[in-house]
Write a protein that binds this ligand. Sequence first.
Ligand code: MN
Length: 407
Amino acid sequence: MVFILYFFACLGLAAAASEPEPGNYQHQSFLKNDDPFQQNFVATTVFGRRLIDAELAEPLALLPPRFSSRKFDDDYPYEGIGTFAHLEYVECTESKFDIGIVGHPFDLGVSYRPGARFGPNGGRNGARRLSPAAGWDMDHNGVNPFRSWAKVVDCGDIYNTPFDKLVAIHELERGMKALGKQTPQNTSAADAVRLIAIGGDHTITLPILRALHSTWGRVAVLHFDSHLDTWDPKQLGGGLTRHAEVNHGTMLHIAHEEGLLSNHSNMHLGSRSSLFDEHYDLNNDLRCGFSYIRARALDQMGVDKVVQKIIETVGTEYVYLSVDIDVLDPAFAPATGTIEPGGWTTRELLAIIKGLSDAKLPIIGSDVVEFTPIYDNAAETTGIAVSQIILEILHWMVHVPVKKPQA
Ligand SMILES: [Mn+2]
């Protein structure tokens, strides 16, 4: 046994002795090679080189080391900690900002495919290719929304329990209230911070609207969704327990009952789902203060008329924008919980949102919900669409600073 160990120890020493010294020795021996192919091709590529600082055109020693010179927002797309668009992560209840991205990892309200609790980090992953360092936008007159008057940050996620739906909804509301009452960094432009929530299933819109109400009063909800989500809890999930009646298809009905919505200025955009009843659903929807533009109507109206109709309907109200990713066709957003074929393209949705921004509708908050990464494809089609929609909303918020209503 001792002999065997001795044998291997000798082998190790022999290997160490025959190992060429790093640096000069290899480099010089390589250059002595007079094979012209190696001299001319291999020697000039990274494969043929042994880096010696002193011989580089820009000696490494003089270049600033990356770990100290580069900040969050200078990362290459695949580098760095996974915040939204490489934004700085801050504890938003303790620091100043103007616009915050905030995750709502909650999916206790779904009726079909589960998993939207993973949406916030899925959306952040989809946003890796976005960066403040390269944020100047061809479609927005060269504006970089990450480097404008507004300090934009990633606030992380709002903790909520996975074990009790009503408690979790309460936690989301409390979290949004705590964030929403922060003093903005740039008070000369806007006197309130604004948040873009990444869901989470669509139930999260209810605690968000509850949290916004004390600051903004009733708001016009622009609801991009294949479904109505004003379903009467008596029809969808209700009649069982109080937990059952609050879900991702009833939250707008409840928001109406609680007086959170504008009386007549709310709209569904991109509707196309089937109904539970021939008349009741649509009558109830009207009662909740909504009108709608169906997905197929876009073919007749075109983007401009859709935008015009929304502007007329909203009037002078504050706007809350809620984007259920299932408003897009499954070709553009396969990874969602309750899928409906025949939806809008990503480009059409972005153009409509841009139109509302150009019209300077006063947006006071937003969410992008129902992204369920487990059903996405290898190209992250849905996650990347989610991130682009959030970027478009961010442009809108930067383009239209808002002031709180006078008391
Ligand atoms: Mn929805």
